[in-house]
Design a protein around this ligand. Structure first.
Ligand code: FAD
Ligand code: MG
Length: 353
């Protein structure tokens, strides 16, 4: 469904006769808001900015960060800094401060999560065909060979540069949309915006609350019935980021479904007992990387990890019908339709967290 919407959006943009990058952003001006829509990072991006005082040029300038980041960070953009690193075969590569900082954040989260999120999982992601959309099921031997190249500790950072050992390659697909949300919200705040809602292919970033001052209500999709929300969270100045196996997947000849979140320990798409992991917090990049990591960890490990961390809240939808929520959500999560009949359990913080 998402792919269809994205394709329709791309088609609509094409029909609009777009040429230059800035024109690929469809802008609508309302009495109290700007609405912007574009297609970047292989996903539909929508922004509602409650700041009619901004000029068209200012909104375009803010949204233009998306194509700038894509040119810098995408593995499918041959001239991106990340592609240069992926071609370097063990040589150190000078990177812009922005790319280097994001890569360092990605490497830190990789370490923090014991490699559940691993920024060097790219050879595996490619082997399954997710980057090129040429899906295939690699055999065990191929995966074992690739696993030798995977490991965040194979990235060696130095002044202004990074070196990826041997054939190690990186992919920021699990963190860059969250980071893009950070960049856009920062740019909007710098222009005085007090209320905005951004959706980057399901990653939500909000500035402030709604124009009336109340909290934003952000729906959390039911992974087993994706037309429905299992509940909503009420947030201000936050990111709400979900990773799940139900959006990007393919079916092999034997009818097996394989999704795009790879367990870097096995090389196979993660089958951890979770259907989705939603992370809520102030730092979009961290929320994005953590949602991927928690999904790989599975319910027990993820709950244990969250019990030791206080800067994010999370909602874990388990295959066995449980809904695990961090205790900080007690006041701001509302189930809908009995959350699809799931039982709710709260994750309590450890005292030393
Ligand atoms: P998330 O859970 O946030 O991330 C999953 C993605 O992270 C996977 O798709 C994979 O790329 C990577 N990954 C998988 N397992 C792990 C792991 N254990 N640890 C770390 N990372 C992992 N898609 C295209 O098809 N074509 C494109 O040209 C393209 N260009 C892009 C350019 C940019 C700058 C970005 C950010 C994304 C682009 N994408 C593209 C989409 C991208 O490949 C991912 O599919 C997408 O970011 C997944 O986001 P998600 O929120 O669904 O899942
Ligand atoms: Mg992610």
């Amino acid at each position: 469904m998402r792919r269809l919407l994205c394709a329709l959006c791309a088609f609509a943009l094409l029909l609009a006769g777009t040429r230059a990058r800035a024109e690929e952003i469809v802008l609508t001006e309302g009495s109290d808001r700007w609405s912007a829509q574009t297609f970047a990072m292989d996903t539909l991006i929508q922004a509602t900015i409650y700041a009619p005082e901004l000029t068209r040029e200012e909104v375009l300038e803010v949204m233009g960060n998306l194509s700038r980041l894509e040119r810098l960070l995408s593995v499918t953009e041959p001239n991106s800094e990340i592609s240069a690193l992926n071609r370097a075969e063990g040589e150190a590569v000078q990177l812009s401060e922005e790319t280097l900082l994001l890569l360092q954040t990605a490497a830190e989260v990789s370490k923090e999560t014991g490699g559940a999120f691993d920024v060097t999982a790219y050879p595996l992601v490619k082997a399954w065909g997710f980057t090129q959309v040429e899906y295939r099921v690699p055999d065990g031997e191929e995966l074992r060979g690739l696993l030798e190249q995977v490991g965040y500790e194979r990235l060696v950072f130095s002044e202004g540069a990074v070196r990826a050992e041997g054939q190690t390659q990186v992919d920021l697909g699990g963190i860059a949309k969250g980071y893009a949300g950070d960049v856009l919200t920062r740019a909007l705040r710098e222009r005085g915006v007090k209320s905005a809602l951004l959706s980057l292919g399901g990653n939500i970033a909000v500035i402030g609350g709604k124009p009336d001052g109340s909290a934003w209500k952000i729906g959390v999709r039911d992974p087993q019935n994706t037309e429905e929300n299992l509940g909503y969270v009420e947030v201000k100045d936050a990111n709400v980021v979900t990773s799940g196996g139900y959006e990007r997947y393919f079916e092999d000849e034997d009818g097996n479904l394989w999704h795009h979140i790879i367990d870097p320990a096995t090389g196979y798409p993660a089958r951890s007992g979770l259907l989705s992991a939603t992370v809520i917090g102030e730092n979009g990049a961290v929320c994005d990387a953590l949602s991927t990591a928690l999904f790989v960890m599975g319910p027990e490990k993820a709950a244990d990890y969250l019990a030791g961390r206080t800067d994010v809240e999370a909602i874990l939808v388990c295959e066995d019908g449980r809904l695990l929520l961090t205790e900080g959500l007690k006041e701001c999560f509302t189930p809908l339709g009995s959350a699809g009949g799931r039982t709710t359990e709260w994750i309590c913080r450890r005292e030393d967290a």
